[in-house]
Write a protein that binds this ligand. Structure first.
Ligand SMILES: C[S@@+](CC[C@H](N)C(=O)[O-])C[C@H]1O[C@@H](n2cnc3c(N)ncnc32)[C@H](O)[C@@H]1O
Length: 444
């Protein structure tokens, strides 16, 4: 732990010195709050880290992974891009180091989370907006119930088969706060408060997020959530956010570009950049839209079943839960051998589309790498954190396949290094035998 802390401090000092980023002490103070509890490719180190503590994004990597990545480069980039923004770790860390970030995110709640962190605020006017919300909520006349008409029926009591996520009173109070937030005239403030309300929703609900999905809390039937807890939870979230904004608002770079939408098409709008760092969804059938359903419906990002479908089909083809085309042409020696093995064992899989989804996954990443090739200067680097999967005993070596595909696009391999071992699903043994790898490529 002491070694890790020293290494992080040394890397941050070297980066801020090389960049001449001012004020440096802000970056150093922020990184000083970084914990060292787990691998850098997980978010275990960020529970108390300003900004990252606003919302527990399970799939995030730690800011120190971003520092490590920048430190590996011969030349520190002036700008960087992350096509799979998630909770905005790459972009926020880049701002602290004085590097201008661009990021893309398809999930509108997560895109708001990213932008809420990256934008600048005047703390006094944020306080004024908060008091406007409190005034509005006590005399609220908005009626957002209609927006929940197409939401999963379990969202609000009486739910389905005696199970529900919120009592009617708690849901009503959440929607009242949402109405008050929507009434704010400052869109940046509305975005921040919407995100903060979003950060309270799981805690106020009868479910928890675990493994690959949601499940009901044990004893949830006896758990009483009082509607007044909504206001208290929002206030606690706001006070944390206000503290972070006041202490760390003056970051060396306050600029950013956020592209909202599907990176497979949105990347063409990105400006040229020096470096790309990202972690795409893994081909493990984890459906991100499903996991963030509560925030998406309760905050009004989804209003109809069609909205839901559109969003799910705009995500990378890393899951089979939504019906769509898995047409794909990506081909490389390791991919083709893996495909032959997967197809031979299709009958043993829990979904017969899994082999086609796997080729489609690589097809989508070829689209991303091709777009990045067009945006990055010659000799510019791309670093990806990718994770392997296994279906019916057939291992998918994502790192090696991507190296082969990237070579055809015009990238050479600099380094392929293991970050950690991940646990496979219970059907696949449940042991820690899936590799998570950092792939470092350089543009020819
Ligand atoms: C592994 S997470 C990235 C986490 C991020 N590195 C962080 O630290 O927060 C992958 C992200 O890709 C997003 N995503 C999935 N398909 C996408 C697409 N087609 N375009 C843009 N983003 C997409 C998901 O919504 C998810 O937020």
């Amino acid at each position: 732990m002491n070694n890790l802390r020293e290494e992080l401090n040394t890397n941050v000092a070297a980066l801020t010195d090389r960049l001449g980023a001012t004020p440096r002490s802000i970056a150093r103070d922020w990184f000083a709050r970084h914990a060292f509890l787990g691998p850098a490719s997980t978010n275990q180190d960020t529970h108390d880290l300003p900004f990252q503590r606003w919302y527990r994004f399970k799939e995030a990597f730690a800011p120190r992974a971003v520092v490590d990545a920048f430190s590996k480069l011969e030349r520190i980039p002036r700008s960087c891009i992350d096509p799979f923004g998630g909770s905005g770790t790459t972009a926020l860390t880049a701002q602290f180091l004085g590097i201008r970030p661009t990021t893309v995110e398809v999930n509108p709640f997560l895109a708001d989370l990213i932008e809420a962190k990256l934008q600048s605020y005047d703390p006094q006017s944020l306080l004024a907006s908060y008091s406007q919300i409190l005034d509005f909520v006590s005399s609220n006349t908005t009626e957002p119930w209609a927006d929940l008409a197409s939401a999963p029926k379990t969202m609000v009591a009486p739910g389905v088969n005696g199970r529900w996520i919120y009592s009617a009173e708690v849901a009503e109070r959440i929607l009242a706060y949402r109405g008050a937030i929507e009434a704010l005239s400052n869109p940046a403030h509305a975005r921040l408060f919407r995100v903060l309300l979003g950060s309270t929703l799981v805690e106020l609900s009868n479910v928890i997020i675990s493994g690959k999905g949601r499940r009901y809390r044990s004893g949830w039937e006896r758990r009483i959530v009082h509607p007044t807890q909504v206001g208290r939870a929002l206030q606690a979230a706001f006070l944390n956010a206000l503290e972070d904004v006041v202490r760390f608002g003056d970051r060396p770079c306050r600029d950013y570009s956020l592209l909202r939408g599907d990176a497979r098409t949105a990347l063409c709008e990105a400006a040229e950049t020096d470096f790309a760092l990202f972690s795409p969804p893994y081909p493990n059938s984890f459906d991100y839209t499903d996991i963030y359903n509560i925030e998406l419906w309760m905050l009004g990002y989804l209003k109809t079943a069609d909205d839901n479908r559109r969003l799910r089909t705009a995500t990378l083809r890393s899951h089979v839960q939504v019906k769509r085309s898995f047409n794909a042409v990506a081909s490389s020696p390791v991919l083709d051998r893996t495909m032959a093995d997967l197809i031979a064992r299709r009958a043993e899989m829990w979904d017969k589309n899994i082999p086609d989804m796997v080729r489609a996954y690589f097809d989508d990443l070829v689209t991303i790498l091709t777009a990045l090739h067009g945006k990055i200067a010659t000799d510019g680097s791309v670093m990806m954190v990718v994770g392997d999967s296994r279906y019916a005993g057939v291992a998918i070596d994502v790192g090696r396949i991507l190296v082969e595909l990237a070579r055809d696009i015009g990238f050479d391999l600099v380094d392929l290094s293991s970050m950690r071992s991940m646990r496979s699903s219970a059907q696949q043994g449940g042991t820690y035998d899936l590799d998570e790898t950092l792939v470092h490529l350089i543009k020819r």
